[in-house]
Design a protein around this ligand. Structure first.
Ligand code: DQA
Length: 139
């Protein structure tokens, strides 16, 4: 059985409440239930944190435990060399997801430090991006 970890970074605990015009009205737990129903053959784990170090600890600990990671680093994508280093340091594949089209937004959202170390990046396709990322990890 595949074992996949989804990591959501800062403020993504507010999905469904925060800027619903940009991020949609569904909270992540609801979406996760749909994902787990749809991919019953995949063991999908979920971790959310608003803290950079906690995300780094989780990435490091996941190296041997999971087949792959789907990460939405939130704003840390644009600021965190430390998270990028953690992604580079592990050997399992990582797929980066952004719910919104960051290229259609402020220019400070146009660069992500970790993208270069990811298997791929899915941007602007809403919560569907997580599903597409999972599929890319199990094929
Ligand atoms: C985001 C985009 C980031 O720029 C922003 O800081 C977020 C969410 C997205 O999923 O579209 O928190 O990662």
């Amino acid at each position: 059985m595949h074992k996949i970890l989804i990591i959501n970074g800062p403020n993504l605990n507010l999905l469904g409440k925060r800027q619903t015009d940009i991020y949609g009205g569904i909270n992540f737990e609801e979406y996760l239930t749909l994902l787990r129903d749809k991919y019953a053959i995949i063991d999908i784990h979920y971790f959310q944190s608003n803290h950079e170090g906690a995300i780094i600890d989780k990435i490091q600990a996941s190296n041997t435990e999971f087949d792959g990671i789907v990460i939405n680093p939130g704003a840390y994508a644009h600021t965190s060399i430390a998270i990028a280093d953690a992604v580079q340091a592990i050997s399992i594949p990582v797929v980066e997801v952004h719910i919104s089209n960051v290229f259609a937004r402020e220019s400070f959202r146009h660069h992500s430090y970790l993208s270069a170390y990811c298997k791929g990046v899915i941007i602007g396709l809403g919560l569907n991006g997580y599903q597409l990322a999972i599929e890319s990890l199990i094929i």
